[in-house]
Write a protein that binds this ligand. Structure first.
Ligand code: F3S
Length: 424
């Protein structure tokens, strides 16, 4: 079997010239690269991000590895952002028992945060999966080589920004960002980025992004789709924020399947540059219409014990909302409340977003007060890890997120249904 060919300086690290810990880092990356069929390492040229944000108590081997790195004085090549925290005791809804259990489940949070700070965490506001938003500022450039793991972020930067990252795992991501090198395979190569599926969207109006993403992910699982038919729908909906739409569609696609990259005909960078050349000749074909989407939605299991329970919480923002989406949800909800002569939502509504977005939003005190008065709360939590708490999982939570629905007991409703549910 062919294996990775190292350069002389990489070989020095491999042979321990930079110390035993760096030697292990390099050996791990090489083993991983060999398993994935890589033949060389290539320099990471773009921003760094990590998924190591959850101080779960059963991850001791991970904290031991991180401590070894810290003790050896090792850092990533540049500062990195990290996924959201699993808890937000100030802003999320917890019963006494839930909070107690969360403190137990995530009892290694302080240890983890102290370790990632020493390894190169950007700053105290770096906790978000949507680090690629301009308001957060960890934005890769087109063509940048990255080594990220967060599936919703990988699919965004690959597809919309034209940067290049495989879907990695937490420690491999960190090791590569320490070395400044990543194994070259899959989505880092021109060939690995070609579309092997042609998806035709045949709906009269723009479909729900999360539902469309879910349909694609469930059908093609790990393939690379070229999506036809979305661009004209965007053109006829000038009020739609295309990047926000694609952020949510991509995250759902990546959660229902393992999609790390999609192309949109006439829109995304590589589809624009390469036109039909982006599509493999022997591609598969999948047509999506309203009937297909309704079938996908109907196939979602409802994991609530009592399916007729009234929702207790509504969670919007997995992946984290952009600033524009926070404003948009706030005005849509307040508008709907006004129409129904109501002042507050009937279900506690939590809008999950980045710390930088929360700060920007709260600078406008009147808007922040209005949001609070209407019964909405901004939180920086990762709702998925919040719902990993078995007590939180028992609550009837509704969401518009395909990813949250996939991994938790949260029940999916589309945006209009959510709006109706929480304002009635
Ligand atoms: Fe982000 Fe957590 Fe959802 S990391 S994509 S909010 S699962």
């Amino acid at each position: 079997m062919e294996t990775i060919q190292l350069t002389p300086s990489e070989n020095d690290i491999f042979n321990g010239l930079e110390g035993p810990v760096m030697q292990k880092v390099m050996a791990s990356v090489v083993m991983y690269g060999n398993a994935m069929g890589a033949r060389k390492l290539i320099p990471i040229t773009g921003k760094l991000h990590s998924v190591l944000s959850c101080g779960a108590r059963m991850l001791d081997p991970v904290y031991e590895i991180l401590q070894e790195l810290v003790d050896a004085g090792i850092k990533t090549k540049a500062p990195f952002t990290v996924d959201p925290r699993p808890m937000d005791y100030e802003n999320m809804q917890y019963s006494f028992a839930e909070k107690l259990l969360a403190r137990f489940l995530f009892s290694k949070q302080n240890r983890l945060e102290s370790q990632i700070r020493r390894l190169g965490l950007r700053d105290a506001n770096a906790f978000t999966c949507a680090c690629y938003l301009p308001e957060v500022g960890n934005v890769p450039d087109p063509g940048d080589i990255l080594c990220w793991s967060e599936s919703s972020a990988v699919v965004y930067v690959n597809s919309i920004l034209g940067a290049r990252s495989n879907r990695n795992s937490a420690l491999i991501e960190l090791f590569c960002n320490i070395l400044g090198k990543a194994p070259c395979y899959g989505l880092l190569t021109d060939d690995g980025r070609k579309a092997d599926w042609l998806i035709e969207v045949n709906t009269p109006v723009l479909p729900e992004p999360q539902l469309l993403g879910s349909a694609i992910g469930l059908k093609i699982f790990e393939g690379v789709p070229l999506i036809r038919g979305l661009k004209p729908l965007f053109d006829s909906n000038p009020e739609c924020n295309v990047n926000d739409y694609l952020k949510d569609m991509g995250a759902s696609c990546a959660a229902s399947g393992a999609v790390g990259l999609y192309h949109i005909e006439g829109l995304t960078p590589e589809a624009m540059r390469e036109k039909n050349g982006i599509l493999r000749e022997d591609h598969n074909h999948y047509a999506i219409d309203d009937r297909e989407l309704a079938g996908v939605k109907a196939s979602y299991p409802v994991l609530w014990k009592n399916k007729n329970r009234k929702p207790k919480m509504c969670i919007i923002g997995c992946p984290h909302l952009s600033f524009h989406q926070v404003l948009d949800w706030k005005s849509r909800i307040i508008e709907a409340l006004k129409k129904k002569h109501r002042k507050r939502v009937s279900v506690g509504t939590f809008l999950c977003t980045a710390p930088d977005v929360v700060n920007t939003f709260n600078n406008d005190r009147a808007a922040a007060a209005e949001l609070k008065r209407a019964g909405m709360t901004l939180t920086t939590v990762c709702p998925l890890t919040y719902m990993n708490n078995p007590l939180s999982a028992l609550k009837p939570v509704v969401t518009n997120s395909g990813k949250l629905r996939t991994y938790t007991t949260a029940r999916y409703y589309d945006n209009d249904e959510i709006l109706h549910l929480i304002t009635t």
